[in-house]
Write a protein that binds this ligand. Structure first.
Ligand code: URA
Length: 224
C-alpha cells in the first residue's frame, strides 16, 4: 500500500501506483501546474513526467529470466520483457503521451479511442476506435493524462474488454488523478492497474481537477 494524503484513509488501493514523490518529480509537477508556465515549457516538463510514468508502467509487465554473455566473456543472469504491448491513447489529451511511449518502446503498436460526452445524456460515448487486430493478446498501456470523473476511462476500458483484452493486462497511465475517479474506475474494473504521478483531492463544479493544472489538452496542444 502506498501512503497518499489526498486519498481517503491515507493509503491508495494496492493496484494504484503513485510515482515516487522525489524532489525532481515535485518540481516538474509544480512547473506544469503553474498557470504562468508557457506552452513550450508545459510540453517539455509534461514530457519528462510522461517518460517517468511509462518507465514505471513497464514495471508491471511480465519478465522472463534470460542469461546473456557480457563482453568479458562471462554469463549474466538477467531478464527480458515477455509479451507484446500496445499503447492506446484516449483522444485527444492522451495523444500527448504517445511520444513518451514510443521513446521507451521502439516500434510499439498504437491504437486510438475517441470518447465524447453526449450533450443530452451527459454520458460518455464511443465515437471512434482503431485497435490492432491482435490486441487481445497484448498488454495495453492506456494513456490519458487526467483521471477526473473516470467516465471516459471506463468507456475506453469497456471497448478494450469487448475486443478481448484481459482486464489484468491493462495499465492505465495518468499524470493526475482524484480519489473519486480512481474509485469509479476500480469499482468497475478491480483487476486494472493505475499508475499516476500525483493525486489531488477532488473536482470543482465544472469537473476540473483541483487544484489541478487546468485543461491538459488545451495547454499541451495550444488550443485554448
Ligand atoms: N481534464 C483536464 O484536462 N483537466 C481536468 O482538470 C480534468 C479533466
Amino acid at each position: 500500500m502506498t501512503a497518499c494524503a489526498n486519498y481517503p484513509g491515507g493509503e491508495l488501493p494496492t493496484n494504484v501506483h503513485l510515482l515516487a514523490q522525489t524532489p525532481q518529480l515535485r518540481a516538474l509537477m509544480t512547473m506544469i501546474r503553474d498557470t504562468n508556465t508557457n506552452r513550450n515549457d508545459f510540453i517539455f516538463y509534461s514530457d519528462r513526467i510522461i517518460r517517468l510514468l511509462v518507465e514505471e508502467g513497464l514495471n508491471y509487465l511480465p519478465l522472463v529470466e534470460q542469461q546473456i554473455e557480457t563482453p568479458t566473456g562471462l554469463p549474466y543472469h538477467g531478464v527480458a520483457f515477455q509479451g507484446k504491448i500496445c499503447g492506446v491513447p484516449i483522444i485527444r489529451a492522451g495523444e500527448a503521451m504517445e511520444k513518451g511511449l514510443r521513446e521507451c518502446c521502439k516500434g510499439v503498436r498504437i491504437g486510438k479511442i475517441l470518447i465524447q460526452r453526449n450533450e443530452e445524456t451527459a454520458q460518455p460515448e464511443l465515437y471512434y476506435s482503431k485497435l490492432p487486430s491482435d490486441i487481445a493478446e497484448r498488454y495495453v498501456l492506456l494513456l490519458d493524462p487526467m483521471l477526473a470523473t473516470g467516465g471516459s476511462a471506463i468507456k475506453a476500458i469497456e471497448v478494450l474488454l469487448e475486443t478481448g483484452v484481459h482486464e489484468d493486462r491493462i495499465v492505465f497511465l495518468n499524470l493526475l488523478a482524484v480519489p473519486d475517479g480512481i474509485d469509479a474506475v476500480l469499482a468497475r474494473f478491480p483487476k486494472l492497474r493505475i499508475v499516476t504521478a500525483d493525486v489531488d483531492p477532488g473536482l470543482n463544479e465544472k469537473k476540473f481537477i483541483v487544484p489541478g493544472l487546468g485543461d491538459f489538452g488545451d495547454r499541451y496542444f495550444g488550443s485554448s
